[in-house]
Write a new protein. Structure first.
Ligand SMILES: N[C@@H](CCC(=O)N[C@@H](CS)C(=O)NCC(=O)O)C(=O)O
Length: 236
């Protein structure tokens, strides 16, 4: 089993889908959480510190800098150990860094029923995740002006969300899970996204009992229930 280290803020956010998948598949990993206050330094210092570490024993006129294999080694090391696009979450797999939460989720669910049992189901699960993600990505999470942020959040939660919920309810119909006849990571993603939406608007699902039931079913899966019980309690 590879060595996994997940790096993200101390929140559910975009890392939670990865944590659900690890929990469900019973895969051990390090859940490395960084404080938001430390992030600017981590982001800007990452390259610099690593370079210093690698180059410290050398002086700049050292012959090592004319030695192609050494330069190649440094390049490879840097590619493997720096944040590829300066964004988190990232997942370190045996020392190699993967980025983009949903790509990581697809990687971890590959060849498991969580991805969907057929190519068609896998496409449906991907599409549903992307649909949810499209909506979650509309929120200006990092907006500094509180008034602008409130207005946009309000508009999305009161005017846009009802359309999405209506479509999700129709898509679910009277099925047990969104896709096929067993749980997929799309059901996980629904639970994760709706948990955050309910923090922002507690009555959001009042007129969508089937979508609430689906949340309860995901949360009742033993491995997920255990994770929800033990995870750090954060607002988002
Ligand atoms: N689509 C990417 C989004 C990554 C992303 O925007 N991460 C945010 C936190 S949710 C981040 O790294 N923010 C810090 C920054 O941009 O400096 C994913 O799903 O992984």
């Amino acid at each position: 089993m590879p060595n996994y280290k997940l790096m993200y803020f101390n929140m559910r956010g975009r890392a939670e889908i990865i944590r659900y998948i690890f929990a469900y598949l019973d895969i051990k990993y390090e859940d490395h959480r960084i404080e938001e206050a430390d992030w600017p330094e981590i982001k800007s210092m990452q390259n610099h510190q690593l370079l210093v570490q690698i180059l410290q024993p050398c002086s700049l006129d050292s012959p090592v800098f004319h030695h192609k294999p050494i330069i190649l080694f440094i390049q490879t090391y840097m590619e493997q150990h720096t944040l590829p696009f300066g964004k988190i979450p990232v997942l370190e797999v045996d020392g190699l860094l993967l980025h983009q939460s949903l790509a990581i989720a697809r990687y971890l669910t590959k060849n498991t029923d969580l991805a969907g049992k057929t190519a068609m189901e896998q496409c449906q699960a991907d599409a549903l995740v992307d649909t949810l993600d499209d909506f979650m990505s509309c929120f200006p999470w990092a907006e500094k002006k509180q008034e602008v942020k409130n207005e946009m959040f309000n508009k999305l939660l009161t005017r846009e969300a009802p359309h999405l919920l209506q479509s999700l309810g129709t898509y679910l119909g009277d099925k047990e899970w969104f896709i096929g006849n067993s749980v997929t990571w799309a059901d996980f993603y629904w639970d994760i996204c709706s948990t955050t939406l309910l923090v922002l608007k507690p009555d959001l699902l009042d007129s969508h009992p089937s979508l609430q039931t689906l949340r309860k079913k995901v949360q009742a899966i033993p491995a997920i229930a255990a994770w929800i019980q033990q995870r750090p309690q954060t607002r988002l």
